[in-house]
Design a protein around this ligand. Sequence first.
Ligand code: GRF
Length: 198
Amino acid sequence: MQDPKLRIAVFISGGGTNLQALIDARSEGYFQADLALVVSSNDEAYGITRAQEAGIPTLVEGQGSLMEALAENKVNFIVLAGYLKIIQEDLLKAYQGRIINIHPSLLPAYGGMGMYGIRVHEAVFKNKEDYSGATVHLVNQEVDGGQVLVQIKTRLGQAKSPEDIQAQVLKAEHLALKLAIKLIEEEDIEIRPFVSKR
Ligand code: GRF
């Protein structure tokens, strides 16, 4: 039996440009998956505003039950998009094999504990890398450790600073994330079937 339609919860911590890329992709029909909920670890994240403007329910962690909000919104898939916390054990178990993350480097390079945000691009810049890029991977208990699903490589020819690299890689992230969702819903990428508890 065909898996039920993807109903995605997007987890954010900041500006939410990756979330916005998914909102735009959904509205232009790039993928059919529903953006069912936005969860933020930070009550001041601009991504919350982006979700509200798109009419997507939001939850700030600590201001209500996460598991209840996921169940109420019939969430069957989780996307970490600029989410800076480690996923709790119960959530990892409940959605095992159905959580993906977007990381701003070509994993396994420049990944792991402490490698997030501008720090990644500072290290890439310091090492004078010719390339960087974005990686969408399954999330497991190891930071940035899960199976790689999509990678987009970008040549750093003109980059003159870590900020230049960040801007270039962010474009790759936005494309990689929406492509991963499209490939998953079209079952070109196989993931664990959703087992509803109800
Ligand atoms: C960006 O540094 C991106 O590389 C990473 O999370 C940070 C914020 O992304 N994935 P966003 O603009 O909040 O989506």
